[in-house]
Design a protein around this ligand. Structure first.
Ligand code: NAP
Ligand code: F7E
Length: 367
């Protein structure tokens, strides 16, 4: 039985990865942070199922506490370490640049040092990001493309990426970078644009909200499903030779089109009129009798508060290496992803379960 150690187990990817590994028979050890209110809602169903049978173990640890990270690795002696912990919001990284950088850089380095000083040669996965490319190149990006980071978050990820390579080459450590493009799900954090949109579209369809304010509608992202991407995290730690990988769908879509697709799930057709900060999303028709949204209603508007000091305009990844060398093919396309997110958010809003049980119910709908 293999042992995995996951930092950031309470996040979106932490949930999907730990579920995936537990179902494979792994013993999973994960770190959570102490907070004034409970922050394990995503993994509560896994705790209920696996903690009592001693398959899932949780520890309080902050990545900035190098001593706690190192003693956990020494105690657990994991076969595989997945470093998912990060202050992962790009816009917030401009507001909290020092903290974001400390976690992204020193946090990752502490893990690598702990592995270097441990007797067990644990394999190490670093959660690298497409944000490192900076959105300057309009070609499909591969692991050979250059990094032009545009935010404190992206710079911290570039450091962690390179230091992982340095430890691999200097100490013969099995360290790999997975350069993941945006991946989403029904349990995506509510302040990332996709979940903000699916929650708002659901509430608007149900008459619980009038309008959603967004930032740059022209931004383009290569969006995939988190479930597909955590499978690939595991696959790249099963290879014999450590190397870096791009994980993406190879397709890119504007935020505006994502909005249209989300509303379309509820039978609401939108058209966008105006330009720049005056652009509006207006209801053209509402075909589903379950939802009562009037034609002509303005349901999307732009608020410059959501603009970033610098924007990553366009990201599109080239997954050819992952497709051909590892046979990794995503099971979800964008429409299926949006449909799953909308189905989940409509149920949550209808039943008002989100407030009642902190999102627990979501897992019953989507495995
Ligand atoms: P997420 O939902 O924001 O989860 C981040 C996790 O890190 C949470 O468990 C969080 O704990 C934890 N964390 C934050 N600061 C920490 C600290 N100082 N010490 C210990 N834990 C800390 O992010 P995600 O979407 O699952 O992404 C997972 C990783 O992949 C992140 O490193 C992210 O930067 C990277 N990534 C994500 C994407 C994407 O599209 N999702 C793409 C490329 C790379 P709390 O729950 O207590 O906040
Ligand atoms: O923004 C635009 C925004 O915050 C996507 C993280 O997981 O993926 C994520 O970073 C785009 C940007 O994700 C709003 O300006 C418009 O162009 O959902 P996001 P992100 O910044 O791409 C990468 C790969 C990571 O590594 C990160 O950890 O959408 N946008 N209007 C908006 N974004 C937000 N959040 N809110 C808006 O209202």
């Amino acid at each position: 039985m293999k042992k995995a150690f996951i930092t950031g187990i309470s996040g979106q990817d932490g949930y999907y990865l730990s579920k995936f590994l537990l179902e494979k028979g792994y013993e999973v050890h994960g770190t959570i942070r102490r907070s004034s209110s409970i922050n394990t809602s995503r993994i509560d169903p896994l705790i209920a199922e696996y903690e009592k049978i001693e398959k899932l173990f949780l520890y309080y640890s902050d990545l900035l506490d190098a001593s706690s990270v190192s003693s956990l690795i020494n105690k657990i002696q994991p076969d595989e370490i997945y470093n998912l912990a990060a202050q992962s919001h790009v816009k917030v990284s401009f507001d909290n640049p020092i903290y974001t950088t400390q976690v992204g850089t020193l946090g990752s380095l502490s893990l690598l040092e702990a592995i270097r000083n441990s007797e067990k040669p644990s394999k190490f996965y670093q959660a690298s990001s497409s944000e490192m490319f900076g959105g300057v190149d309009s070609n499909s990006l591969s692991d050979a493309s250059i990094f032009i980071p545009k935010s404190p978050y992206a710079v911290s990820k570039v450091f962690a990426h390179h230091i992982t390579t340095v430890y691999r080459e200097s100490y013969n450590l099995f360290g790999v970078n997975g350069i993941l493009f945006n991946h989403e799900s029904p349990v995506r954090g509510e302040t990332f644009v996709t979940r903000k949109i699916t929650r708002a579209a659901s509430k608007i369809a149900l008459g619980l909200q009038e309008k959603v304010y967004l930032g740059n509608l022209d931004a383009k992202r290569d969006w995939g499903h988190a479930k597909d991407y955590v499978r690939m995290m595991w696959m790249i730690l099963q290879t014999d030779e450590p190397e870096d990988w791009v994980i993406a769908t190879g397709k890119t879509t504007t935020v505006r089109d994502f909005v249209k697709m989300a509303f379309a799930y509820a039978g609401i057709e939108l058209e966008f009129k105006g330009e720049g900060i005056d652009e509006k999303g207006i209801v053209v028709s509402c075909l589903d009798p379950k939802y009562q949204v009037e034609k002509g209603n303005e349901v999307v508007a732009v608020d410059p508060r959501y603009f970033r000091p610098t924007e990553v305009d366009l990201l599109i990844g080239d997954p050819t290496k992952a497709n051909t060398k590892l046979g990794w093919i995503p099971k979800y396309n964008l429409e299926e992803l949006i449909n799953e997110m909308m189905e989940s958010d409509l149920k949550l809003m209808t039943k008002d379960q989100y407030l009642k049980d902190g999102g627990y119910t979501i897992m019953n709908y989507f495995e």
